[in-house]
Design a protein around this ligand. Structure first.
Ligand code: ADP
Ligand code: MG
Length: 484
């Protein structure tokens, strides 16, 4: 018999885009110097009082609204009580039991292998991050910089059926956090950590009915998307093997961890005697009412996200998947491209310029779009000059490099480089007649079948320093030869 997997994710993402921490005035900024962004609140000194950071609540609400969640009428926090050296208060301030979370019961549509999937969001809640610990052979260190950093925890329903699908969702969420200016969502800075829940069930049973679900195994604190993929795949195989060797019935709900060196999941603890966190409402933070007008204002500030932009680029602009993916990767690039198109540029031409020249230049020079002189208007004008035949595409590339590096319009550069194409007959025809009259012997050769055409074009280009419009030049030469 075959099996299918059910996967649910708990994705933690630090809100990195607030000035200060979620309940204290210490800076919320990544620092290499341990214990440099710390206030007495983060260290749990006696008598401290947490104060809620409005900006953190706003960003959490933004995520909640973007995920189609229901927002609570009143926001309040809860204490999750446990002891660990990275948690000096002896509890974490979080939002666990419903309806506390900043968002409940939402959904997200995301792209997976060219198709659209939808995952149900159980809840998204705002909490504080713990300090970070490092363990050495004879001692451990604690860095309180991370203590109190605002953290969003998003919990999905077990709607994923493969590791790749789960990762596609995580990539979509990372993009949303970045587009909405909630977080850099940078795994390398430890800003994203996931708990992965995996179970398997018989292939022909209905996965909509929870009664059919298998025993769930939770893998804690996986800190890269590659790790999430490997951990899920490993865990699915491990559980299938248990089915096949008859030990599956002894599988109990448990928490495991992903070991990157052995590429296996390792048993940590059983969930059967799960820790009782003794949640209760945080008494030091009065509950507060959410103003519906504020929610509407936040809603109006939500940008169009990458999934929808990419869909539009492919269906309306006829872009291929690869180019569309590159263009929506960073919001600033997609915004820039949108502006060029809104100015009236042909989307196809504009996307070619963006994906090859603009991104090529930025990658080669390790710069962002904000760090060069190019503006949407300048790129639009440059594209227009090619379309109108004022300059050749070859010339345009030269102009492009100048307008990236100098604060000049393309017109100005074209003028300075003396590049304008000569596209009027009144200038070109007399010049061509003169050239032909100076080489009348070639007309005879031409009649004998020799190709003299390129020679004449070459002469015109030489005299105009390459600025003659090529198709008009060819047309006049042909006419003048035929007349003789
Ligand atoms: P717990 O009480 O152990 O924290 P929850 O029911 O709150 O469990 O679910 C936590 C996570 O586990 C969610 O992401 C959920 O989607 C996922 N999950 C629940 N049941 C299963 C299952 N049978 N298989 C896979 N994931 C599951
Ligand atoms: Mg949590």
């Amino acid at each position: 018999m075959g099996y299918k997997a059910l996967i649910g994710l708990e994705m933690h993402c630090e809100i990195s885009k607030t000035k200060t921490k979620v309940f204290s005035s210490a800076a919320n900024s990544f620092s290499d110097i341990p214990n440099s962004n710390v206030s007495p609140v983060d260290m749990a000194f006696p008598g401290i009082l947490p104060v809620v950071n409005k900006e953190a609540v706003k960003k959490a609400l933004l995520a909640s609204i973007a995920l189609g969640c229901k927002q609570p009428e009143y926001v309040y926090f809860e204490r999750k009580n446990y002891y660990y050296p990275d948690l000096p208060k002896g509890y974490q301030i979080t939002q666990e039991t419903k309806p506390a979370p900043i968002g409940i019961y939402g959904k997200l549509r995301f792209e997976f292998n060219g198709e659209y999937r939808e995952v149900r969001i159980n809840n998204i809640h705002l909490e504080e991050d713990a300090a970070s610990t490092d363990h050495y052979s004879r001692y451990s260190t604690i860095d309180y910089n991370r203590a109190g950093v605002p953290l969003l925890e998003l919990v999905t329903e077990p709607d994923f059926t493969s590791a790749d699908e789960a990762v596609a969702f995580l990539e979509t969420m990372r993009s949303i956090y970045r587009y909405a200016n909630i977080s850099d969502a940078d795994s390398r800075k430890g800003q994203i950590r996931c708990d992965v829940n995996v179970s398997i069930m018989d292939e022909d049973l209905d996965s909509k009915d929870p009664a059919n679900w298998g025993t769930k195994v939770e893998i804690k604190n996986v800190n890269s998307f590659g790790g999430v993929r490997d951990a899920i795949n490993y865990e699915i195989s491990r559980q299938i093997e248990m089915k096949e060797n008859g030990t599956y019935d002894s599988l109990e709900q448990q928490t495991r961890r992903w070991d990157e060196t052995t590429m296996t999941t390792v048993y940590m603890r059983s969930k059967v005697d799960a820790i009782d966190y003794k949640y209760f409402v945080e008494p030091n933070i009065p509950k507060f009412k959410l103003d519906p007008a504020w929610i509407e204002k936040i809603r109006s500030e939500i940008p169009v996200f990458a999934t929808e932009r990419k869909e539009k680029y492919m269906t309306e602009y006829g872009m291929n998947n690869y180019d569309a993916t590159i263009l929506v990767n960073e919001k600033s690039i997609s915004d820039f491209f949108n502006e060029v198109v809104e100015l009236g540029a042909n989307p196809k031409l504009a996307s070619n310029w963006m994906t090859t020249m603009v991104l090529g230049y930025l990658n080669n020079n390790d710069k962002t779009i904000e760090e060069v002189y190019l503006t949407p208007k300048k790129l639009y004008d440059l594209i227009n000059m090619i379309e109108e035949g004022k300059i050749s595409s070859k010339q345009a590339k030269e102009v492009f490099n100048k307008i990236m590096e100098e604060d000049k319009t393309p017109e100005k550069v074209v003028e300075e480089l003396g590049m304008k194409q000569i596209g009027d007959e009144d200038t070109l025809r007399p010049m061509i007649i003169k050239i032909i009259e100076e080489h009348l012997e070639l007309i005879e050769e031409y009649r004998k079948g020799r190709n003299v055409f390129d020679f004449f074009v070459g002469q015109v280009m030489k005299q105009t320093r390459g600025q003659a419009n090529p198709s008009l030049t060819a047309k006049i030469i042909k006419e003048e030869i035929d007349k003789r």
